[in-house]
Design a protein around this ligand. Structure first.
Ligand code: UDP
Length: 380
């Protein structure tokens, strides 16, 4: 029997997303492989999504990213409208075997309230909930909702009410990992790369200070708040500083950006991003938060670039110290580790990614979780 899954990617961005987009990227990576396994996918997202699927449902024609604020449960208007549309769909049909939901607490609360006629739900956690336990405060223990994490570390930090409903974790994947071990080696450049949103949690300030102290070339790639290019940020008025990430950049990172030793190049995408990653000596993750899933980590490994990081969140699950990267709990050691990363083998990183972080591996894991959720639901 064919399994039909309603995949709820939410109302924020089209799938695949045009640039940055965490949840939407995960959905875009997962769906083609699930369909290859024979799963029928009904995609609940916005009208401008172009990801091939078996059917599309939704409420909004375009992505509503501009309405997104954190914490999510204070901005329910748009998410609720989207979810209400999805729930109406669910009530009107009986061919959906399972909902795979990626919208945060709002979605979960509404799906939880759908009642006994609704299909079971697998909800994927995408955020670090140790910091935001209030997001899921409304989940009640008797729900027919199961949750999974994107790492064991993330699940371990989640509120107990969620952990009690957990069916395990599935690491993030990247299409770059498919056949990664067969790609020819790339000549490494001089730079160390930090790839990600500029944000205190990602630690670009620490990386920049380290580059000057230890003496390596550092490239910072990623948006600063809503600004994707240095020229856009330079042209923005003083009110731009109301954004905390813009303030962080100006106060803590920019003083070290000299255009030589340390550069901020804005957001990179597509081939440029991949080339920058593949030619980096190492990627650096001087994290101040408990990284929940680490897409940039698995992308780095897939392109043969070792990871140097503070051992926080999912990092020890994704990176093997001494083989695919170097991890430490001590900030003071990071500089030495960056220099030592040249000793690691790019091939080992690519082999690891090809074995563990492909979309096919992720889809098989999810297909197994769907079975588990349906079995445990049948037993309720
Ligand atoms: N990214 C990108 N260009 C940039 C900065 C980041 O394409 O300039 C991508 C990066 O390759 C990864 C995603 O944005 O796919 C960030 O996901 P991750 O899980 O690493 O961090 P998050 O921002 O979701 O915490």
């Amino acid at each position: 029997m064919t399994l039909t899954v309603l995949m709820n990617a939410g109302p924020w961005l089209p799938v695949p997303p045009p640039g940055y987009g965490g949840i939407e990227n995960v959905v875009a990576t997962l769906v083609p492989e699930l369909r290859r396994l024979g799963v029928r996918v009904v995609l609940a997202s916005v009208g401008s999504s172009t990801l091939p699927c078996d059917e599309r449902v939704g409420v909004f024609a375009e992505g509503q990213f501009g309405a997104l604020q954190r914490p999510y449960n204070q901005v329910c208007g748009v998410a609720q409208a989207h979810l209400a549309g999805v729930v109406r769909q669910l009530h009107a049909r009986d061919d959906i075997d399972l909902v795979h939901d990626h919208v945060e607490a709002v979605g979960l609360a509404m799906l939880t309230a759908m009642g006994p006629g609704a299909p079971p739900v697998l909800h994927t956690l995408h955020w670090d909930l140790g910091k935001h336990p209030e997001l899921y405060g409304g989940l009640d223990g008797g729900a027919r909702v199961r949750v999974n994490g994107v790492s064991a570390a993330q699940l371990a930090r989640a509120p107990r009410a969620l952990r009690e409903h957990s069916v395990g974790h599935v690491h993030l994947a990247t299409p770059l990992a498919t056949e990664a071990h067969r790609r020819p080696p790339v000549v490494k450049g001089e730079h160390v790369l930090v790839l990600g949103r500029v944000n205190p949690g990602k630690g670009q300030d620490l990386a920049a200070r380290l580059a000057h102290r230890v003496g390596f070339r550092l490239v910072l790639a990623g948006p600063v708040g809503p600004y994707h290019r240095p020229a856009e940020l330079a042209a923005a008025g003083a009110e731009a500083r109301q954004n905390p990430d813009v303030r962080f950049f100006h106060d803590e990172v920019a003083p070290y950006v000299d255009g030589d030793r340390v550069r901020w190049i804005g957001t990179v995408a597509g081939r440029d991003r991949d080339d920058l990653l593949a030619t980096a000596r190492a990627t650096l993750f001087p994290l101040r938060w408990e990284e929940p899933g680490g897409t940039a980590v698995v992308e780095s490994l897939a392109l043969g670039t070792p990871v140097v990081a503070l051992a926080r969140g999912c990092l020890p699950e994704l990176v093997e110290h001494g083989r695919t990267g170097l991890l430490t709990g001590d900030e003071a050691e990071l500089g030495d580790l960056v220099l030592a990363a040249d000793l690691l083998e790019p091939d080992e990183c690519r082999r690891e990614a090809a074995a563990r972080f492909t979309p096919a591996v992720m889809a098989r894991r999810y297909a197994a979780l769907y079975e588990r959720v349906r079995r445990s639901d049948a037993a309720v």
